[in-house]
Design a protein around this ligand. Structure first.
Ligand code: 3PY
Ligand code: MG
Length: 243
């Protein structure tokens, strides 16, 4: 199993397996399959896992909610980790962390998919060592309890969702990213992660937001997404053809 600690990720919503395989060629350190917003359902995980088995870039699944069954299914499919959205406090973070690891560290149930397609499943020990449980900080409750979340055993990283965090704080993503006060929301997330030696990252979605988030110390970033890769390719190829 690969440990997903690289800093440059790409976000995807597609269920197109060929596109996913192209995007997982390794230009990015990791790829996120988003099961919260978009067409990806639990029934897609088997095909996604099979298509991405052995791909140069490992994949993470952003779950639809704090949901142990979904976390188990995503990891069974071969995901190197989960990104858990809509966490409202430390109790949610603990549920998420327990779902991501097998006993004695957690409560994950055994049932990996790779043997079903002739692939190999890691041992429970290897899976526990390498899995990454990213807890999203995107609600006021998670921000209030960010230190307790970071101190929760089995939480490996804090992942900022700037859109929901801004919405729920009554501000805008731009204002959130521009707030560089020492007790601003992003500074609090980074400080909590550093105190506990955790990874800190988030959804940027554009290179510009990625630069601004990196300036706060959030360095594990989804810097673009599948649709934008296609759109940017179209724009640049069209421009090239007219030069
Ligand atoms: C957010 O910004 O709220 C996200 O969840 C990114 O996908
Ligand atoms: Mg969100």
């Amino acid at each position: 199993m690969t440990v997903v600690d690289g800093t440059r990720g790409i976000w995807t919503c597609t269920t197109d397996l060929d596109l996913l395989r192209r995007l997982a060629r390794g230009e990015f350190d990791w790829l996120v399959v988003d099961a919260q917003h978009g067409p990806v359902g639990r029934g897609d995980l088997y095909a996604v896992g099979r298509a991405l088995d052995g791909a140069p870039a490992p994949f993470l699944v952003r779950l639809p909610a704090v949901d142990a069954a979904w976390a188990g299914a995503a990891l069974d499919a071969g995901a190197a980790g989960v990104i858990v959205p809509s966490v409202t406090g430390a109790a949610d973070a603990e549920r998420a962390a327990l779902a991501a690891r097998y006993p004695p560290l957690g409560e994950r149930s055994w049932g990996p998919f790779p043997p079903l397609w002739g692939g190999e499943a890691p041992t429970p020990e290897a899976a526990n060592d390498t899995v990454r449980c990213w807890v999203m900080v995107e609600t006021p409750g998670a921000l209030d309890e960010v230190d307790a979340i970071a101190a929760t055993p089995g939480v490996d990283g804090l992942f900022v969702g700037p859109f929901d965090l801004a919405l729920s704080l009554g501000t805008t993503p731009d204002a959130l990213l521009d707030d560089d006060s020492p007790d601003g929301p992003l500074a609090r997330v980074v400080a909590a992660a550093r105190r506990q030696g955790l990874l800190a990252g988030g959804f940027a979605g554009t290179p510009d937001r990625a630069r601004r988030m990196r300036a706060h110390g959030l360095d594990h970033l989804a810097v673009t997404n599948d649709a934008e890769v296609v759109d940017a390719g179209l724009r640049s190829l069209l421009t090239d053809s007219e030069d």
